[in-house]
Write a protein that binds this ligand. Structure first.
Ligand code: ZN
Length: 212
């Protein structure tokens, strides 16, 4: 097994690292993966929301679809053994490892506009701004931003369906590993939010590792 330094991080058996990169606090990231490649996202310091979108590399109009993902996984959360489905109900990624659990599928990404409504703050850095900038590298525009997964963000629901963003439960070094099941572009915003607990009120770096 590929122990790479963090005592708790083990890459999928028989794989080797082909790319490894630290994504600074508040920054976006993206990369194309081939089928069978693995993407590991490491929450280096804990309690750091990682907003995540993905698009078919062959047909970008086919992209992550969270209602399909919720229905087919029969869950509001993403965790080990879940699959991420597209608009066309194709499997984009399988979740093969997860040391945290309860990754959010409902609360979407932060934006300057919703932060103004929620917190009466202006000119905040936001995941929406990050997504717009990163998607432009793939010739995708703002209208291609759809509902995203929030890895490491804890959103709770009560019996009446009330939704609350609560303190993250991820610890330093927690990680999730996704297996690409089709040619896919993964797009990340390392959430810059400082007005709610999504990034522990202090955004921190993450690490991304691609192995095959
Ligand atoms: Zn955000």
């Amino acid at each position: 097994m590929g122990d790479i330094g963090m005592p708790t991080l083990t890459l999928p058996k028989g794989t080797q690292i082909i790319h490894r990169e630290t994504v600074a606090a508040k920054e976006p990231w993206s990369r194309q993966l081939a089928p069978g490649q693995y993407l590991t996202i490491v929450d280096l310091e804990g309690q750091q929301a990682v907003d995540f979108l993905c698009y078919s590399a062959g047909l970008p109009i086919d992209r992550i679809n969270l209602p399909n993902t919720n229905k087919l996984n029969k869950s509001l959360y993403i965790t080990k053994d879940a699959k991420i489905y597209s608009d066309l109900a194709k499997v984009m990624f399988s979740v093969v490892e997860d040391t945290c659990g309860f990754h959010d599928t409902q609360a979407g990404c932060c934006s300057c506009e919703i932060d103004k409504v929620r917190y009466n703050v202006t000119k905040t850095e936001s995941c929406r701004t990050n997504f717009i900038s990163e998607l432009s590298r793939w010739a995708l525009g703002p209208s291609e931003i759809v509902s995203n997964i929030n890895f490491f963000m804890r959103v709770k629901f009560d019996a009446e369906g009330t939704l609350n963003i609560t303190d993250g439960i991820s610890k330093a070094g927690d990680y999730v590993t996704l297996k690409a099941e089709m040619p896919v572009v993964a797009v990340i915003s390392n959430c810059p939010q400082q007005n709610n607990p999504a990034a522990g009120f202090g955004p921190t770096p993450i690490e991304v590792i691609i192995s095959a």
